[in-house]
Structures are given as C-alpha cells and as structure tokens.
Write a protein that binds this ligand. Structure first.
Ligand code: SAH
Ligand code: AVI
Length: 313
C-alpha cells in the first residue's frame, strides 16, 4: 500500500496509541468499507436509538434551521451514509447550492454522494475524502455555510481533542456560518449498554473489524480468537469505553510499524470511546471554543440533542 501524508499521520497515531497505557487503536480503523457497512447495520438495530432520535429532532426543527441559517453551502463532517442529512437538504432547498460531505471512509462517502447527487440535482455535491480534524479548512463553498456534525460522532473524540477541534472550527467559521451538532445524552446505563452490545453481535463485528483492517494495512498479527469483546461504562468520564480484552497473554506484531506488543491475560485494547453529554457542560465547552450555542433541541424522550451554534456576533 502506498504511504501518503494522510496514512503516515494515521500510522504514527496508531504507533502512539498502541504504545499508550491502556493500549488503544485510533477509531478511524473502524471505518474501512466493511466497517462502514457494519455501522449502517448498527443504525438499524432496535436498541441503537441514536439515529432515530436525531431524525425526530431534525424533522421538527430543520425548517427553523433553514430560516435561521439561509445556508448556501452545507458541509457535513463524518457524513458516512448520511441518513439524517436529507432533512437538511429538503429544508434548505431555497438557498442551498452545495453539499460538501467529508469522510475518511472513501467508499461510503462516494456511495452516499452519488445517491444524494441523483436525488438533489439542483445542488452541486462535492465529496472530500479526508480527516475532519485536519482537512476542514480545505473544503470548498461560499457562505453562509452550515457545518453539520451529526450522529454524536463528536463523542468519539477525547475531551481535549474535542476542545481543540471545536476551537479550530470556530476560527474557520465566518460571521454568517453556523454549526449544527448532534449529541447523545447521558441516560440510564442499561440503555447505553444495550445500545453498544446487541445480541446479534453486529457491534462486536464492527469493533473486531478494526483488528482486521490493521492486520491488512499494517501487516499486524492480531488474532480475533485471542480477544473478547469488552464494553465498559466509565461513570467518571461519562463515556462508553468500547474495546477488546485479551483472553490469554500473547504477542502481537505490527510489522509495518516495527512494533512487538505484549498483551497480558485480561489486558484491554480500547477501540473507541463514545462520550455522552449534558446540556450545561456542552454549552460551556462550545462557549470556551468561541461558539455561541443559540438553540438546544431534544427528542420527546430527552435521549438526544441537536445544538445550533454560531460564532459570537
Ligand atoms: N454521520 C453519519 C455517520 C456516523 S459514523 C451518521 O450520523 O450516521 C461516523 C463517520 O465518521 C464514519 O463515516 C467515519 O468514516 C467518519 N469518521 C470518523 N472519524 C473521522 C475523521 N477523523 N475524519 C473524517 N471522517 C471520520
Ligand atoms: C459513530 N459513532 C457516533 C458511533 C457511537 O455511537 O459512538 C460509533 C459506534 N460504535 C459502536 N456503535 C456505534
């Protein structure tokens, strides 16, 4: 495989994560073409309530969002198969000229961009394969821009990473631009666990797929049978800690990084965190990043929130 600047960055991040304590893999490894298909399956699981709650909010609020933002460009970060984007595309039909989805998962991005281009011929669809943390500044489009970051993907970033990302984003936004952020809220732990540990094993397959991707791309020797799926709720950080636990002590080599990893019996490999949010703390975070949260909408059950934030005027 060819090494580009982007893969070099991911490889170095992987080296650091695997040498950290506890060991980790950057969650980007979850989203090769196969992983993105597993994620789409997750969104249809009865206990994975997030996309449906977000859809409920979007359905109720997108005309107001369109009225307030009058966006000519819709940029979507981590768009994937963009299940809830159509609410925005429909509501913004009077002003929208461009849709710019950005995602690391090339196949998923191109499939959804094609589908959207066919369904919305009046809009120019300009997909960008890239990392939203690094490449947001290079996306095309005139203002007013609406930047949508849906599905609670922001919860997959660590708090410090989130703060840096939101501050960088705030600096890029013009006076007329806005951020629309979808976030999953803290709730009963049983419901959270059910959302991330389905009996059909789709979430486990999604998480295990990260090992398969690393084996393929980095010539690593992770053995699926040597790990169990392991899900923890971290009550102090209020995030789901999603990973794998070694069944026995063993060595794993990651040839392309020149690493030999020693796993002890019971040692964890974290694959992602999925933070859950509270209104006051998130609004404070946005303000600290230089964004003014103007609206906070939830679904009827109070499971999920969509926030509209602007650069301070
Ligand atoms: N927004 C969609 C998809 C969420 S899944 C929804 O709500 O259903 C998360 C998406 O973010 C995946 O498509 C994944 O490929 C993408 N992603 C994860 N980390 C990324 C990064 N650093 N840069 C760009 N895309 C990323
Ligand atoms: C993409 N992201 C918001 C999902 C989440 O809920 O954190 C990824 C996921 N992991 C397991 N299930 C879904």
């Amino acid at each position: 495989m060819l090494e580009t600047a982007a893969t070099h960055g991911l490889h170095e991040a992987t080296r650091r994560s695997l040498q950290a304590m506890p060991k980790e893999l950057p969650p980007v490894w979850l989203y090769d073409a196969r992983g993105s298909r597993f994620y789409d399956e997750i969104t249809r699981l009865p206990d994975y309530y997030l996309p449906r709650r977000e859809a409920e909010i979007m359905q109720a609020r997108t005309s107001l969002i369109a009225e307030r933002t009058k966006a000519r460009t819709l940029v979507e970060l981590g768009s994937g198969s963009a299940p809830n984007t159509r609410f925005l595309l429909d509501a913004l039909s009077r002003t929208l000229e461009r849709y710019v989805p950005i995602d690391v998962s090339e196949q998923a991005l191109h499939d959804s961009a094609e589908r959207i281009a066919a369904a919305y011929p009046a809009i120019s669809v300009e997909p960008v394969v890239g990392d939203f943390e690094r490449d947001f500044g290079t996306t095309p489009g005139d203002g007013p821009r609406l930047v949508a970051f849906l599905g609670s993907t922001i919860g997959n970033l660590y708090p410090a990473q989130r703060a840096a990302f939101l501050s960088a984003l705030a600096l890029e936004l013009g006076d007329d631009d806005a951020l629309l952020l979808g976030v999953d809220l803290v709730k009963d732990v049983g419901r959270l666990e059910a959302a991330y540990d389905d009996p059909s094993g789709v979430t486990e397959a999604f998480v295990r797929n990260a090992l398969r991707a690393v084996n393929r791309e980095l010539e690593a020797t992770f053995g699926q049978e040597r790990f169990d799926y392991d899900l923890l709720w971290d009550p102090a950080d209020e995030w789901m800690d999603v990973g794998l636990r070694a069944r026995e002590s063993h060595l794993v080599s990651v040839r392309r990084l020149g690493l030999e990893l020693d796993f002890a019996e019971g040692e964890r490999l974290r694959v992602e965190i999925s933070a859950k949010f509270r209104r006051e703390a998130l609004e404070l975070e946005l303000e600290r990043a230089g964004l003014s949260p103007k609206s906070w909408w939830t679904d009827a059950a109070g499971d999920f929130a969509v926030v509209l934030a602007h650069p301070p005027s």
